[in-house]
Design a protein around this ligand. Structure first.
Ligand code: PEP
Ligand code: MG
Length: 922
């Protein structure tokens, strides 16, 4: 049987459905679904993503049967709408759109009115009776086709669009301002000039054969899958190249057929705040492209309710049906043709983190989704946006009073950003690389600008609405964005913008408030977000903080479903308190060496390092003891009975000593020894490969008195805090262990000192001694190590370094190209390398627990706060993850999602098992 490449939809029945996104792309699958549930969708068909894969695997050729299947499907459309493709009297016109599994702004989007030529236009005029409309459709088609299929577009960043240039010329010649003022004659002239420009510049004639047009458009869709922007977008969003895109061909409906027609895009709830209101824009007498391109600033959808209640009611009905059917907030595209509504697209709507959380929490309240589903819908990284700064309102008020409010646009991406103005995307990238914070300011943005938008702190556009490209992409990236700020007169060539007589030049500072849409001159101070004001500053009552309330609910649900505990990496009491406010359940890594840089400690530390004899070293350590003890008391107090993992000294000693002559002289004077001696001793500490050198437990083994002092400080502090009525649970962790004997040596010291201190203080402190697993030998001999270790904590920073043989300090130069070439899918220091480092972790877990089944296992490398790594830690049966304080909420949510996805797999497997049992019985 021939393979099926084309899937038809129309008149209440479709060959596809929403679950077929892999094959039909998101757009195709949802068009099929909307058809199936009886919504008004113009008939059409989807060419599957398999054709795209075939196309790239077979030197850009199509499968044999495709042409036939497309013809049959076209006939199916013809039958339903009563027209014929290419017919001079009654032409069928179609739209051609790309549609990958995930929506991709970098790809070709839409070609409308395909099928028009100098003959079929006559038929369209006859059929619709409106000559102006027909010519408007024709000029749009030539313009779109010329741009996206034939590639006639700006070649340089300062250049304007060649077709727009011609439109401007004609408008100037005719002394008019608006597109709607163009007469039929003007539009006909535009078509002529467009075609002439194509001939002059590209040396080809605009294709008049509708089939040639169709296959050109299909080829352009598949071609766009591999263009630079699409490739860049896929990288940024982790979309595999082998997914491919589908092509959707659909009968045209016209929003530009007069004032009872129009086009719009909308979200079923507010995509910026999450409020349960219809949120979107429309333009009367216009095609969809006009709304999203930002060429005209559209009206808010609430206006439609006033202008045309009948049209609005149809839309409102569709909104209700869709939300109920999908249990989701959706993003829809629609066209109204002479009073009748048609749906052209629906997909899960992109939203800010604020909106995502509010919608998920609200939908649980509305019984549309479960708590579990709400958790699945929030990407852990989105929580970052809730923790982002806002402007200090006094500072902003002052700026406004000083007359620094430059303009106001739409509040398209919330948050506060401040930076220097740049006017194009390559500059944004370049300036960012120089370390500048920039605000990318464009008349409107296009997919070409994606990398620049990513580099910017915030984005401002002069044209376009809340659903324009800039607004959508900014929200998805979590960028602050003010869109459609029409007061700004932006001049790319002079690199400046004007508002009245005020001029802002490239490089000037501006501040933008993406929550109110304000653009201010100069720098405005920012301040912590609502969640931080409640949790950390305690300046806001949770009652008055709706965003905080939603955050808190979500976190409560996350805690209910997660199995992994979440700890924090902290070595100062204030960090510990912050982490607790974010929900940390203990400290997973206290790097004691950070404490040595604190007040009064670096001096004795240096004395200790430069000491010649054990006696000298002990003297220096005696000075350090009370200081360390105080540090630990602070930490134990802040953690209030929660477990605290304290690691003995780890970094190479040369990191603590001065390398410049003046500082060395000062140290020599302090210590009463010669400068030369200090210098020589410092030089002797030099190592070629310090990260593999004299560090970790090797320090405590060669200088056991250091471990002794640290253990004494820990247990004395524990006794002091416990004596004051608080509980303490110290867990002493030995770093860089690769051999049981190393741990044995260090653990013996810790245990001896613990017993001594407890005896002296006449107290009992429950404690554990464990180890980091951060070298491969440690993982491979984990069964031996577990004889002594009461817990393991994976130091995946070092374990990645030592497993991959990649220096964690020097890898930037090649890791960036490595990731670009997909040798590693992600930077392995950021997201755990599951098949390498992860395998060693699995071995360590399995071997460790064979010896000690109750062995507690955690992670304290940077991966402990990265969602996909947290998921892996869950999967291999760890007990906890530990991460920096601000990532604690992210880890909590990631842990819950990991637990839920495991449940989902179990559900599926048990269903499968049940099915196969039934089969077996038969
Ligand atoms: C690690 O190696 O993962 C770790 C947590 O230790 P450090 O980063 O201090 O070497
Ligand atoms: Mg380490």
């Amino acid at each position: 049987m021939a393979s099926k490449y084309v899937y038809f939809f129309g008149s209440g029945k479709a060959e596809g459905e929403a679950g077929m996104k892999g094959l039909l792309g998101g757009k195709g699958a949802n068009l099929a679904e909307m058809t199936n549930i009886g919504l008004p969708v113009p008939p059409g068909f989807t060419v599957s993503t398999e054709v795209c894969t075939y196309y790239y695997n077979n030197k850009k050729k199509y499968p044999k049967d495709l042409e036939k299947q497309v013809k049959v499907a076209l006939q199916g459309i013809e039958k339903l709408v009563g027209g014929k493709f290419g017919d001079e009297r009654n032409p069928l016109l179609v739209s051609v759109r790309s549609g990958a599994r995930a929506s991709m702004p970098g790809m070709m989007d839409t070609i409308l009115n395909l099928g028009l030529n100098d003959s079929t236009i006559e038929g369209l005029i006859r059929k619709t009776g409106t000559e102006r409309f027909a010519w408007d459709s024709y000029r749009r088609f030539v313009q779109m086709y010329g741009d996206v299929v034939l590639g006639l577009k700006p070649q340089h960043k300062d250049e304007t669009d060649p077709f727009e240039e011609i439109i401007e010329q004609v408008k100037q010649e005719r002394g008019i301002r608006l597109d709607t003022e163009l007469t039929t004659g003007d539009l006909r002239e535009l078509v002529r000039r467009f075609k002439q420009t194509i001939r002059d510049r590209l040396k080809i004639d605009f294709p008049s054969d509708p089939y040639e047009q169709l296959w050109g458009a299909v080829g352009a869709v598949f071609g766009s899958w591999m263009n630079d922007r699409a490739v860049a977008y896929r990288k940024m969003n982790d979309i595999p190249a082998n997914w491919g895109t589908a092509v959707n061909v659909q009968a045209m409906v016209f929003g530009n057929m007069g004032d009872d027609s129009g086009s719009g895009v909308a979200f079923t709830r507010d995509a910026a705040t999450g409020e349960n209101v219809f949120y979107g824009e429309y333009l009367l007498n216009a095609q969809g492209e006009d709304v999203v391109s930002g060429a005209r600033t559209p009206e808010p959808i609430s206006q439609l309710a006033k202008d045309s209640p009948k049209m609005y009611q149809q839309l409102e009905r569709v909104r209700r049906i869709l939300e109920k059917h999908y249990s989701e907030m959706l993003d829809i595209e629609f066209t109204i043709q002479q009073g009748k509504l048609y749906m052209l697209q629906c997909r899960v709507g992109k939203r800010t983190a604020f909106a995502a959380i509010k919608i998920a929490v609200d939908m649980v309240g509305e019984k549309l989704i479960s708590e579990r589903e709400a958790l699945r819908r929030i990407e852990p990284e989105q929580l970052n946006q809730l923790l982002r700064p806002v402007f200090d309102s006094d500072e902003k008020k002052k700026a406004v009073e000083e007359g620094r409010l430059l303009a106001k646009g739409l509040n398209a991406g919330p948050g506060a950003a401040c930076g220097r103005v740049v006017f194009n995307a390559p500059d944004a990238e370049e300036w960012r690389l120089r370390g500048e914070r920039v605000i990318l300011t464009r008349i409107e943005t296009s997919p070409e600008d994606i990398k620049g938008m990513d580099a910017a702190e915030g984005i401002v556009t002069g044209r376009g609405g809340a659903t324009s490209h800039a607004a959508l992409v900014a929200r998805q990236m979590g960028k602050v964005c003010v869109a459609g700020c029409s007061a700004l007169n932006i001049d790319y060539v002079r690199r400046e913008m004007r508002v009245g007589d005020r001029i802002v030049k490239e490089g000037d500072y501006i501040s933008i408030d993406g929550s109110t849409g304000e653009v201010l001159l100069g720098q405005v101070q920012t301040k912590p977000s609502e969640v931080l004001q409640v949790l950390l500053d305690r300046t806001l009552d949770p009652k008055d903080a709706p965003v905080y309330q939603q955050y808190a609910k979500l976190m409560r649900w996350a805690d209910k479903y997660r199995r992994l505990k979440v700890r924090t990496n902290a070595d100062q009491p204030d960090q510990a308190s912050t982490a607790i406010a974010f929900g940390a359940e203990g400290i997973g890594l206290c790097r004691t060496e950070h404490m040595f840089f604190g007040e009064g400690k670096i001096g004795p530390m240096r004395e200790m390092i430069l000491a010649d004899t054990v006696d000298q070293r002990r003297k220096a350590l005696e000075k350090l003891l009370p200081l360390q003890r105080k540090d630990f008391e602070g930490i134990f107090d802040a953690m209030d009975g929660r477990p605290v993992t304290i690691r003995t000294i780890d970094p190479p000693l040369h990191e603590f000593v001065p390398h410049e002559e003046p500082a060395q002289r000062e140290l020599a004077a302090q210590m009463g020894i010669s400068f030369e001696k200090v210098r020589d001793r410092v030089n002797s500490l030099h190592e070629f490969n310090p990260m593999l050198g004299f560090r970790g437990c090797r320090l405590g083994i060669v200088y056991p008195e250091i471990t002794e002092m640290q253990a004494r400080a820990i247990f004395q502090a524990a006794c002091n805090v416990q004596r004051n009525g608080s509980k303490v649970k110290p867990e002493i962790m030995i770093p860089l262990v690769g051999n049981l004997k190393e741990l044995d040596h260090q653990a013996a010291i810790v245990r001896r000192v613990a017993e001594e201190v407890m005896r002296e203080e006449k107290m009992k402190i429950p404690y554990l001694v464990g180890t980091m697993i951060e070298v491969p030998r440690g993982a491979l001999t984990a069964d031996e190590i577990a004889e002594v270790a009461e817990f393991f904590s994976f130091g995946t920073n070092d374990l990645t370094q030592t497993t991959l043989g990649v220096s964690r300090d020097d890898s930037g130069r090649f890791l960036i190209p490595y990731v670009e070439m997909e040798i590693y899918r992600k930077d392995p220091f950021e997201a755990l390398d599951r098949s390498g480092v992860g395998e060693l972790m699995k071995i360590a877990v399995a071997k460790g627990r064979t010896k000690r089944p109750e062995l507690k296992i955690g992670i304290c490398g940077e991966h402990g706060g990265e969602p996909s790594s947290v998921e892996f830690c869950h999967q291999i049966g760890q007990d906890y993850v530990s991460c920096s304080p601000f990532r604690v909420p992210i880890a909590r949510l990631a842990a819950a999602r990991a637990a839920l996805s495991e449940d989902a797999t179990e559900d599926k497997n048990s269903k499968k098992r049940k099915k196969s049992k039934k089969k077996g019985k038969k």
